[in-house]
Write a protein that binds this ligand. Structure first.
Ligand code: NAD
Ligand code: IPM
Ligand code: MN
Length: 359
């Protein structure tokens, strides 16, 4: 069956890593006899430059006609001084909100061949396999009022019971498919929203007697994520805490350039994007690690298209390329050969071809 994919490369390294992800999807298409129809659209700074709007109506229409969205990254110094309504990041928040993508899944899995690049000790980083379930359409990012005057500024943190219930349920369901442990992260010693969050988790857990639930405060979670990351299975948390903890968790794996994500609602439609941003410091130089984008494409196959085997095949190929000692600059150690984005992607293509011969 044909699957329609809206491709939104965005800014900075976005187009470089998305080109790589599409290339890998095209290999999967041939090998498994699927048809993916890729249609490109604008978001972020590139959309502001062309339409004066970080999320033009035609991009929304394109996504509405698609089965899933593959997104690179948005933002960059060029637009940093723009008024807040027409910043690239607004386009990203608007697309998440428009499509009701409340559940952001950010898996963090240690790969043995990357441990050399992690600043953590090998015995701390190895065996890490955790999933951050980040609430994505509420909290500080969307609360009103949000405004600025010359000498004061306000942002508002609001959560409704319903918003918390659906993300907590999602986390419990996902934990059931994993090791059955959920750490619910909040700041209930201070925030009203966190007190409500805890209350909802306590209610919901009654329906999941098989799940082990722990409440944790976000500050000490940040510490534990680095000192004992292996202790975590599923972490469920609100929007901003999840944003911060997921970048922190990327150091376990060695680079932000390998962390994928899926932003989902309840019906299978999803938006898939790397956790990293537009990386202006390395954009346009062929230095970006495309693994996060490629693994995000794999998540798309799994969560939106039900193609679990195809997703696993991509993950295996990516890991095999690391295992063979091929790295982009973010992961290579001194003296190791550094591959460009394209060269590294081609290694994954080769690996997929080798696997296919042995099928
Ligand atoms: P960033 O994630 O873009 O970069 C942080 C660091 O990680 C940089 O040193 C960068 O070179 C490195 N890095 C990121 N992706 C990499 C990759 N694929 N391969 C190798 N190295 C990589 O975060 P930032 O610098 O704080 O933000 C830059 C811009 O990106 C800002 O405008 C920000 O708003 C935007 N941003 C967008 C998204 C998104 O679109 N989802 C996410 C985060 C930040
Ligand atoms: C992310 C990014 C975004 C976020 C920004 C660019 C709005 O940091 O996807 O992690 O904070 O959600
Ligand atoms: Mn982030």
């Amino acid at each position: 069956m044909e699957k329609r994919v809206a491709v939104l490369p965005g800014d900075g390294v976005g187009p470089e890593v998305i080109e790589a992800a599409v290339k890998i999807l095209q290999v999967i298409e041939r090998r498994f006899n699927h048809t993916f129809k890729f249609t490109h659209g604008l978001i972020g700074g590139s959309a502001i430059d062309k339409h004066g709007n970080p999320l033009p109506n035609e991009t929304i229409a394109l996504c509405e006609e698609s089965d899933a969205v593959l997104l690179g990254a948005v933002g960059g110094p060029k637009w940093d001084q723009s008024p807040s309504e027409i910043r690239p990041e607004k386009g990203l928040l608007a697309i998440r909100k428009h499509f009701g993508l409340f559940a952001n899944l950010r898996p963090v899995k240690a790969v043995p061949s990357l441990l050399q690049a992690s600043p953590l000790k090998e015995e701390v980083a190895k065996n890490v396999d955790l999933l951050i379930v980040r609430e994505l359409t509420g909290g500080l990012y969307f609360g009103e009022p949000s405004r600025r005057t010359e000498n004061s500024a306000v942002d508002t943190l609001v959560y409704t019971r319903e918003e918390i219930e659906r993300i907590v349920e999602k986390a419990f369901e996902l934990a059931r498919l994993r090791r059955g442990k959920v750490a619910s992260v909040d700041k209930a010693n201070v925030l009203q929203t966190s007190k409500l969050w805890r209350e909802v988790v306590e209610e919901k857990k009654k329906g999941y007697p098989d799940i082990e639930v722990e409440h944790m405060l976000v500050d000490s979670t940040a510490m534990k994520l680095i000192t004992n990351p292996g202790a975590f299975d599923v972490i469920v948390t609100e929007n901003m805490f999840g944003d911060i903890l997921s970048d922190e968790a990327s150091v376990i794996t060695g680079s932000l350039g390998v962390l994928p994500s899926a932003s989902l609602r309840s019906d299978g439609f999803g938006l898939y994007e790397p956790v990293h941003g537009s990386a202006p410091d390395i954009a346009g130089q062929g230095k970006a690690n495309p693994a996060a984008a490629i693994l995000s494409a794999a998540m798309m196959l799994k969560y939106s298209f039900g193609m679990d085997t195809e997703a696993a095949v991509i993950e295996e190929a990516v890991n095999a390329v690391f295992e063979d000692g091929f790295f982009t600059a973010d992961l290579a150690m001194e003296g190791q050969r550094v591959l460009s984005t394209k060269e590294w992607t081609d290694k994954v293509v080769n690996e997929l071809d080798i696997q296919s011969v042995s099928d």
